[in-house]
Design a protein around this ligand. Structure first.
Ligand code: NAG
Ligand code: NAG
Ligand code: NAG
Length: 591
């Protein structure tokens, strides 16, 4: 089965949901009255229910529950302006964990504008149209060779053309040669005075072009930071509870204000991962049937703040070059004299991307020797006798879908799973290949996951035998962007421990971890799924798996270096390159 990626992207459902709530809101009083009378009816007749005709009663309650679930989220978005209440739920970290957490949070620290929380008028915020970059050294005259580094200096200005004096803008940089199908991610350094360096390794000959993009001005990043702290529940969830003829839907989240009404505590006994739902009025907590995305809180920004999120103005807009944006790169020099640094930094840095595109193919630098799996038979040959477990969000599911569609011998086994949700399984019994996909646990933002299928990745890994014929693929990032980073750190810590246990008891088990990727942003998506949230999570993920015997598939650089537009679900050509990377790791070429 090949399913469309667009279906379950967090955005799709949100837009749909938004219209539904809007249309329903004018009927809310009627619905409320209907629901109330239903509840009164129910309470009065609770004893006689069993004697009624089944059909009528279940129809009545289905109707009631649909009314209930339609207005519940709007009636009780659990707004709580308590900055840290999420951090208080769940187990306290141990001293060692707290230390690691502090180190991780420091490693992703983002410059804050001074003074913090003073909203500036738009005209004083960073404007990509007034900003410029220049390739160093100015004036040209320098020769460039493969193996050198290229640096561009970015000067940020505000809407009045005045230079910015502080850092914190979120910039992306890429170096590319369209005619060669070549591209590489640049590294951006914030000098915290309105200047930024974009540094690139020169990896191929020919004309190369620098591209600099402002993702968000620093002032918008400050708003995103505020949302993450004050509205960790801006995406909320719901669960259906049902027993016999009774059903009820309540709001759920990683953390819910404990003062409002009784909670059901679904904290995972093995990992200690917290999860809560408001307790249904008439049903017990163990009648939970499913888990689903509830909706998105709206009206999170002031009018002034909204100006910081305008498509075509200050969300993912190119910064232009003051002179030429290109240089010609000559072949590598045989004798390499120490070069003078033309950098504004005292200490020149070496940038080491994880790979680059050349003729459209990803070439990993270090680690895996890449080869291409253009024929399905090459994939079959590689995966022969193997079990591949894929866990995570829809970006892991994309890999399952790619292999399932591309390799004709793999037949999907019908598990009667909901579309786009899973779990999924594909089998090639001739070559003894088994491919499985399962989504990660809450806060998964999928449409509807049956409660019994809600599993934490760490617990699933603890249930695997593992061994040299087992490949485990993990992609856990997209559904954590609305929460404080601590929540993600805790989740990855549990997964990392389970990975280490698995590799200890079953040496040779191959583990692949996928990083976050860039996505298409508009004013709305930015508030829930901005690349700024992703880059913060991604920094944590890299640090936490560094030094472990795992393959990191650098989806961040693979989407940044590519010429195709950013998308939550990267296009097939990028997915193909990711699959090539994984298979090159699983089946290293014998030479
Ligand atoms: C925030 O929530 C925590 C835990 O529920 C509580 O201890 C603290 O007093 C709250 N702070 C504020 C400012 O309400
Ligand atoms: C939920 O259960 C866990 C584990 O049993 C416990 O540590 C936690 O304090 C409970 N949460 C609340 C809000 O009672
Ligand atoms: C695979 O396809 C790409 C793109 O068409 C091509 O450049 C490459 O040479 C092919 N590799 C192999 C091993 O066939």
């Amino acid at each position: 089965m090949v399913t469309s990626d667009r279906e379950t992207g967090p955005d799709h459902g949100r837009q749909k949901g938004g219209t539904v709530w809007k249309n329903l809101s004018k009927y809310t009083p009627i619905f409320f009255f209907l629901a109330l009378s239903g509840i009164i009816f129910l309470l009065r007749n609770i004893h006689t229910l069993e004697k009624l005709n089944c059909q009528t009663v279940s129809t009545l309650y289905q109707f009631q529950s649909s009314i209930h679930s339609a207005f519940t989220p709007e009636e009780q978005p659990p707004v709580d302006h308590n900055r840290s209440y999420c951090g208080h739920l769940g187990l306290e970290p141990s001293a060692e964990e707290a230390l690691e957490q502090r180190y991780l949070l420091e490693s992703i620290a983002w410059p804050e504008p001074q003074p913090r929380l003073t909203p500036r008028p738009l005209r004083q915020t960073s404007d990509p149209a007034h900003s410029l970059f220049a390739i160093l050294p100015g004036g040209g005259g320098r020769e460039w060779h493969v193996g050198d580094q290229l640096e561009a200096l970015v000067h940020m200005h505000d809407f009045q053309g005045r230079p910015k004096r502080h850092g914190g803008d979120f910039l992306l940089a890429r170096l590319h040669s369209p005619e060669l199908g070549a591209g590489v991610a640049g590294q951006v350094l914030d000098h915290r005075n309105g200047l930024y360096s974009a540094v690139f390794p020169l990896l191929w000959e020919g004309s190369v072009r620098v591209e600099v993009t402002l993702v968000h001005p620093s002032e918008a990043v400050a708003v995103l930071r505020r949302l993450r702290e004050e509205h960790p529940d801006r995406v909320f969830f719901k669960s259906l509870f049902r027993s016999g003829f009774l059903s009820e839907t309540t709001v759920c989240n990683l953390c819910l204000p404990t003062t409002r009404q009784p909670l059901c505590n679904y904290t995972d006994p093995h990992t200690g991962e917290p999860w809560y739902c408001y307790k249904p009025k008439l049903l017990s907590c163990d009648t939970r049937i499913n888990h689903a995305k509830g909706g998105y809180q709206k009206h999170l920004l002031t009018n002034k703040e909204s100006l910081l999120f305008q498509s075509g103005v200050n969300i993912k807009v190119r910064v232009h070059a003051s002179g030429s944006d290109s240089v010609i790169v000559q072949p590598e020099k045989k004798d390499k004299p120490e070069r003078e640094s033309s950098s504004v930094r005292a200490e020149p840095i070496r940038v080491t991307p994880s790979g680059y595109y050349f003729q459209g193919s990803w070439r990993a630098l270090g680690g895996v020797a890449m080869h291409q799996f253009n024929d399905s038979s090459a994939i079959t040959q590689c995966l022969k006798g193997k079990v591949v477990y894929m866990y995570g969000d829809s970006t892991a599911r994309q890999w399952f879908e790619y292999l399932n569609a591309f390799v004709p011998e793999l037949k999907e086994f019908n598990l009667h799973s909901p579309r786009n949700v899973g779990p999924f399984m594909a089998v090639d019994s001739t070559h003894n290949i088994l491919l499985r996909y399962r989504c990660h646990g809450p806060p998964i933002r999928f449409s509807t996951v049956i409660a019994s299928e809600m599993r934490y990745v760490a617990n699933e890994l603890d249930g695997l035998a593992g061994g040299p014929d087992t490949v485990v693929v993990l992609s856990v990032w997209a559904h954590f962007s609305t929460f404080p980073v601590e929540v993600y750190i805790r989740r990855l810590r549990h997964i990392r421990r389970a990975v280490m246990r698995l590799q200890d008891r079953a040496p040779g088990t191959l583990i692949v971890v996928r990083s976050a990727n860039l996505q298409a942003l508009d004013p709305e998506v930015s508030l829930y799924n901005s690349d700024w949230f992703s880059i913060q999570l991604d920094g944590v993920l890299r640090a936490m798996f560094r030094g472990l015997d795992v393959l990191l598939v650098d989806a961040w650089e693979m989407t940044l270096a590519h010429h195709l537009p950013h998308a939550l679900h990267p296009p097939p050509v990028i997915v193909k390159n990711m699959i090539d990377t994984i298979l090159s790791y699983v089946c290293p070429e014998k030479s």
